[in-house]
Design a protein around this ligand. Structure first.
Ligand code: HEC
Length: 143
């Protein structure tokens, strides 16, 4: 998760200059929100914050909302510019859409489970968080 935060900081220093800057800024805003929500969950994982079922549910719900329609924020003319999205997204749009559908399904399950204690929360968290890394490894470039 530290890598994500560093990535976020690095991205702020890059400059814009692209045809479809709106799609890029929209998808980055959704992902920044994901970063904030996962930060709360990570604090609970690490014990820096007591497990709070309502806060966990709120964080899962935020991420679920951020992922809604995420795959539509990648028009052809948003491939270059101030973005860390990999060209692989456009080469393999079906695979990318499947990755979005997978995280959405895992989030729906997390929300339905609404874990009431930390023991129940841990596997649910891992299931969701695995998607962040998996998608970033395949569909994001390191800058
Ligand atoms: C289906 C693919 C996918 C999933 C799942 C995914 N991301 Fe991302 N994420 C991306 C892509 C693509 C970018 C690059 C967006 C850009 O720069 O245009 C990104 C960028 C980010 C960024 C940097 C945003 C910025 O300001 O540049 C953060 C933070 C982030 N993701 C957090 C998360 C977290 C936390 C999760 C899991 C809850 C997650 N992401 C799940 C695809 C995904």
């Amino acid at each position: 998760m530290h890598k994500l935060i560093l990535g976020m900081a690095a991205a702020m220093f890059l400059t814009t200059g692209v045809a479809n800057a709106d799609a890029i800024s929209d998808r980055k805003a959704a992902m920044k929100s994901n970063g904030g929500a996962i930060g709360t969950l990570v604090k609970m994982v690490k014990g820096e914050m007591d497990y709070d079922p309502a806060a966990a549910l709120a964080a899962f719900t935020t991420i679920r909302e951020d992922m809604e329609g995420f795959e539509d924020l990648f028009p052809e003319d948003s491939m270059t510019g101030d973005t860390t999205a990999s060209p692989k997204i456009w080469e393999d749009m079906e695979g990318f859409k499947a990755a979005v559908a997978k995280v959405e399904a895992d989030l729906d399950a997390a929300i339905a489970a609404a874990p009431q204690d930390k023991a129940a929360f841990m596997p649910v968290f891992q299931q969701v968080a695995g998607n962040c890394q998996a998608c970033h490894e395949t569909y994001r470039i390191k800058k």
